[in-house]
Design a protein around this ligand. Structure first.
Ligand code: GDP
Length: 437
């Protein structure tokens, strides 16, 4: 599709596009209408195209918009684009359509950022979170905070600036309680950030374990393909193999690592080093043990690497008689799943354990979720300023000072939504977009 936006969009489109019905003129068409026709260059027709007209402000960008829907093939689309450029259009910059929508008040900055997240969503959870943000879930929550803070600022300012007026006095106990409530709402949003990141970017999960416990078989089972080499020989996986999978609406960036053990040669040693690195950066670790054998030294060596991490112990080979001393393992690893990578037994239990380990069972992707570092920094600063206001109030410092802190918190929130964001911030947001959005 070739999309044109701006005051001349319809005039430019009319120069390259002719409706099949000669009585129809693009310039005379109402918004939300489509018409079939052709795009021609000097040598004749280039493509048969449907032109859709949107009249500003009722369009994505808020300006007049024309969408020329071509047949597809990249040559035809490039030709149509070139003809539009020759007819007076200019190429859009990255994110320019959405920036235009933002500047024309069609959406706030969080909604614009959600467009980008929607485009790059890789799983259902990420898509739902982006869609909710696009529909204003976060913007609504921030607007409620802004309203409360504005109310307090206005009241304090009026009370301190016009003491002679017959105004309701500021009830400090009530104000303190309200500030606590505001702070709590901010904290809830901030606490959800990491979970939102897991939804959006996927969970970095590493499969670790000594050689031959069934890591590659597990990887192959979860990815549904023969990605890792499975052999009865220990030490066959020398490198970290990565694959994206979808599990319970989540995207898992799964890494099958080389068996962690005393390496026999340089290649295996490098493999073990990479495994340890994958383990360090993982959001979740699936630590695989062979349930059909007693714990071995290599199993025990792994345990110190797993402390203070999000670990699920996968006791594999549950199709064979159990020989592992589970009680010993339980001393150091909290969550256990009996599993058979060979038969798939225990898969559902594993899925549930993953959600529980990441505390994602109760997260509502349709709720208000902080979507990126920019938003998190703004909200964090707002919370710090609100905290300062509360401390000033507690310490009996003048209401003027409290008001200054609340004003700063307000400023932070308005930067988050873009209502008071400087040009540099806005530019920074949109340069991360791709062209055409
Ligand atoms: P890795 O070295 O940890 O990646 O282990 P592999 O996935 O290569 O498996 C080692 C051996 O154990 C292979 O012969 C697999 O067929 C076998 N194996 C893996 N999972 C299971 C299982 O759940 N049950 C049984 N019986 N054998 C398994």
């Amino acid at each position: 599709m070739v999309r044109l936006s701006g005051a001349d969009a319809i005039a430019v489109a009319a120069r390259v596009f002719q409706p099949h019905d000669p009585k129809i003129k693009l310039e005379g068409m109402r918004g939300y209408r489509g018409v079939l026709g052709k795009v021609c260059d000097a040598d004749g027709p280039v493509d048969e195209v449907v032109a859709f007209i949107y009249r500003g402000p009722r369009s994505y960008t808020g300006e007049d918009v024309v969408e020329l829907c071509c047949h597809g093939g990249s040559y035809a689309v490039r030709q149509v684009l070139r003809l539009c450029l020759d007819a007076g259009a200019r190429p859009a910059l990255a994110g320019e359509f959405t920036k235009c929508a933002f500047l024309n008040g069609k959406m706030d900055l969080t909604g614009a950022e959600a467009v980008m997240d929607l485009v790059s969503a890789q799983g259902r959870g990420a898509m739902r979170a982006a869609f909710a943000a696009r529909e204003g879930a976060l913007a609504g929550e921030i607007a409620a905070l802004v309203e409360d803070l504005t109310g307090h600022c206005a009241h304090i300012a009026a009370w301190t600036d016009y003491p002679e007026e017959d105004l309701m006095p500021v009830d400090e106990a009530e104000l303190a309680q309200s500030l606590e409530n505001i702070l709590n709402r901010m904290r809830v949003l901030l606490a959800g950030y990491d979970k939102g990141r897991l939804l959006r970017e996927g969970i970095n999960a590493a499969i670790v374990g000594r050689p031959n416990v069934g890591k590659s078989t597990l990887m192959n089972l979860l990815t549904g393909q023969e990605r890792s080499i499975v052999t009865p020989e220990p030490g066959t996986t020398r490198d970290v193999i990565q694959e994206k999978i979808t599990l319970a609406d989540l995207t898992l960036n799964l890494s099958d690592t080389a068996g962690i053990r005393e390496a026999l040669d340089a290649a295996e040693q490098e493999g073990v080093l990479r495994s340890l690195r994958a383990l360090e950066s993982a959001d979740l670790i699936l630590a695989v043990f062979d349930g059909s054998q007693p714990l071995q030294e290599n199993d025990r060596d792994l345990l110190p690497h797993l402390t203070d991490k999000n670990v699920i112990a996968v006791i594999n080979k549950a199709d064979l008689p159990s020989m592992i001393e589970e009680d010993k393992l339980r001393e150091s690893l909290f969550c256990h799943v009996e599993f058979s990578a060979k038969t798939g037994k225990g898969r559902e239990v594993l899925e549930k354990a993953i959600l529980a380990a990441l505390e994602l069972e109760n997260i509502d992707p349709a709720g208000a979720i902080i979507a990126n570092e920019r938003q998190r920094l703004c909200l964090n600063s707002a919370a710090e300023n609100a905290e300062e206001a509360r401390a000033a109030l507690n310490d009996g410092i003048t209401l003027d000072a409290v008001c200054v802190c609340l004003d700063s918190a307000l400023e932070d929130l308005l930067t988050l939504t873009g209502q008071r964001a400087g040009e540099a911030i806005v530019d920074e947001v949109f340069t991360r977009f791709c062209v055409g959005k």
